[in-house]
Structures are given as C-alpha cells and as structure tokens.
Design a protein. Structure first.
Length: 99
C-alpha cells in the first residue's frame, strides 16, 4: 500500500512538472521566427518530425546524426534569413519530398 501511494505521488509530481506543450502544430502557420524562439525540447520534436517526414518509405530506420545536425543547421540558417516564411515552406524548399 505504501509503495502504491509513493508511486501515485511520483507520477502526479512528474505530470505537474512536465512543461505544457501545444497539442498540435500546424507547420504551415508556424513561422520561422516562432520556430527559432521555441525551447530546445520543442525544437527537437519538430526537427525529429522533419527528419521523418522527408524520408523515403524505403529508407533504413537509421538516424544519421551528422546529416540530422547538418539539416538542423541548414534549417536554422534558412529561418534566420527568412523569419516570416512558414516552417513547412522552409522545409519544403530545403528538403523536398520525393513523390
């Protein structure tokens, strides 16, 4: 019983300590300026999405960290130069999805 109470208290504390994030992001309306202002966790979530979205269906399930970081830098540079563009416009221009 004591273990159960402790577990409930820990889970509740972690839930309350977790930062609130938007439930949804419409990347067509998120500007590069907003993207650059996001905290590190949010930025990493969006970069992870970008990495997965622009992969081909038959790509191997391997994250090439060097390529991932190079693409993140490329996106950051693009967004600094084009702060009013939407994030999806930026990623479409940089990482065109093959059909």
């Amino acid at each position: 019983m004591l273990f159960r109470r402790a577990a409930i208290i820990i889970v509740a504390a972690l839930a309350l300590a977790t930062p609130a994030y938007a439930q949804k992001w419409d990347l067509a309306t998120v500007t590069c300026r907003e993207f650059l202002s996001f905290d590190k966790n949010t930025t990493n979530i969006l970069l992870g999405w970008v990495d997965g979205y622009y992969r081909e269906d038959d790509d191997s399930p391997v994250i090439d960290l060097e390529k991932y970081l190079a693409n993140a830098k490329k996106l950051g540079n693009y967004c600094r130069d084009n702060p009013d563009n939407s994030l999806i416009t930026a990623t479409d221009e940089l990482f065109e999805k093959k059909k």
